[in-house]
Design a binder for this molecule. Structure first.
Ligand code: SF4
Length: 478
């Protein structure tokens, strides 16, 4: 990870993928995780079962770095679940790599979790008082302990009792020796979808995003419903529902930034939704400029939408180096803003003297934005206007997105005018919340918008809140 730039962008959270009913389940899970790599780059893991024996492989790094043809062959069986994870540095170790597997009274259960439980401290303390011993700091391990406590009820009821006690965001895959179970929290914060593998009856895939289905040529069936527990085994599919009365709380940031543009998330195609954000920005804020330009790749689709709606041309005046790894040797101190320039280089001869609209999807700390504007001024851009395809990000996320704590978010401390001044911009405009919701085609009461409004659909417990205020809110229960 580029430590210099840490948290200048919101970090992706986690991705999950599971396969039921194919002899090459682990290999298909591998490809599913490959498609979900954008959701987590620090560790990856797959657990497989042949109906009796469970085997697993986990490691730090990107999916192709963690898995080889050889170790995939060792993951035998028709059933597999996998996980890609992003975490903060402090918890970035193999103990916290998922899926998490435990054996209780002779049966094994594995859990791969995307999201954050907001009552995790309370649950953990209670379990520890009752004698539970934890190996990791993951939410998934707490889930496994809770399941073990209810084991006598049978699997379906044990899961139902467990999800009644956990609060927050969870799109989870569970696996026993012979069952694949998909669970989504009643708010449905994180996406989770069900697909059918072609040319084999009774084979299913569950994944965070539909782009994973596309890669393995699976057919999308439907999203797992908020509050649904879907159990897949040799007898077919059956669902249980948790009726908590909670309203839907789809994470609107999935649409703005996290999800891949080729995915259908919460029933909407992300590419089109991002284009519409640009389209609505053009209606809300017209700027007299020579052209609109994304900083690749974050503002690409909104820039297309803005260009088409406003009639202003779109240009790619900043070139991205595609081969920059996650870490690089830091240059000497005199090479200022190096980490921005190494990735993105403005074309001096083209940009000189121009009036430019920059399109981006977020301003988190403001440090990256500031360096980018500086790099444009340095090549002689005359006017720099910046349009952001969502409202100001003012509050931390408790539901699995690794934003910095509230105090470090620039919009938490400064007004839009102060941010404009800090970034040295001629214009700064943020898309309105109504405009953003309109772009997604949803309604205000189906989305979580807490990082813009501070209205948290599921209040975190006190300990969790303190943690979020004091440091980074960690992802996936890390
Ligand atoms: Fe998504 Fe923001 Fe809600 Fe977190 S607070 S779930 S990032 S909309």
């Amino acid at each position: 990870m580029d430590h210099h730039n840490r948290h200048s962008r919101p970090r992706e959270e986690c991705g999950v993928c599971g396969i039921f009913g194919r002899d090459d389940a682990a290999k298909l899970t591998y490809f599913g995780l490959y498609a979900l790599q954008h959701r987590g780059q620090e560790s990856a893991g797959i657990v497989a079962s042949d109906g009796n024996r469970i085997s697993q492989h986990k490691g730090m790094g990107l999916v192709p770095e963690v898995f080889s043809e050889e170790n995939l062959q060792g993951l035998k069986g028709h059933l597999a679940i996998g996980h890609v994870r992003y975490s903060t540095t402090g918890s970035s170790n193999i103990t916290n790599a998922q899926p998490f597997t435990a054996t209780h009274q002779g049966s094994t259960i594995s859990v791969a979790h995307n999201g954050n439980l907001v009552n995790i401290r309370t649950l953990r303390d209670e379990l520890e008082k009752k004698g539970s011993i934890f190996q990791s700091t993951m939410d998934s391990e707490v889930v496994v302990h809770l399941l073990a406590r209810h084991a006598a009820l049978g699997l379906g009821k044990a899961i139902l009792e467990t999800v009644k006690t956990i609060e927050g965001a969870y799109s989870m895959l569970l696996m026993t020796e012979d069952k694949l179970i998909a669970v989504r929290d009643p708010g449905g914060f994180r996406p989770l979808c069900l697909g059918k593998l072609t040319n084999n009856n009774g084979s299913y895939v569950v994944a965070s995003e539909t782009c994973a289905l596309d890669l393995i040529e699976a057919q999308y069936i439907r999203d797992i419903d908020p509050g649904e527990i879907l159990i897949i085994d040799d007898t077919g599919l059956r669902s249980l529902y948790l009726d908590s009365g909670q309203r839907k709380s789809y994470c609107i940031f999935e649409q703005v930034y996290f999800a891949r543009p080729d995915s259908e998330v919460f029933g909407v195609n992300v590419y089109q939704s991002r284009k519409r954000m640009g389209d609505i920005l053009a209606k809300e804020c017209r700027v007299d400029a020579d052209f609109v330009m994304p900083f690749p790749d974050s503002g690409n689709y909104a820039a297309i939408g803005y260009s088409q709606a406003s009639g202003l041309p779109i240009e790619m005046g900043v070139i991205r180096n595609h081969y920059v790894g996650r870490t690089f040797i830091q240059p000497t101190q005199s090479m200022r803003d190096f980490s921005v320039r190494v990735k993105l280089n403005p074309i001096r001869s083209f940009l000189e003297g121009k009036r430019v609209i920059i399109m981006d999807d977020s301003i988190i700390r403001g440090t990256t934005g500031r360096s980018r504007v500086k790099s444009l001024r340095a090549v002689g851009v005359k006017e720099v206007h910046m349009l952001i395809s969502c409202p100001p990000t003012k509050y931390p996320c408790y539901y699995g997105i690794d934003f910095p704590s509230g105090g470090e978010l620039i919009a938490n401390k400064k007004t839009v005018e102060e941010i404009r001044d800090y970034l040295d911009l001629d214009t700064l405009y943020y898309l309105s919340l109504d405009g953003l919701i309109q772009a997604t085609g949803g309604s205000r009461d189906s989305y979580c918008t807490a990082c813009f409004t501070g209205e948290y659909p599921v209040p975190p417990d006190k300990e969790f809140h303190k943690l979020a205020l004091g440091s980074h809110v960690r992802c996936c229960g890390s």
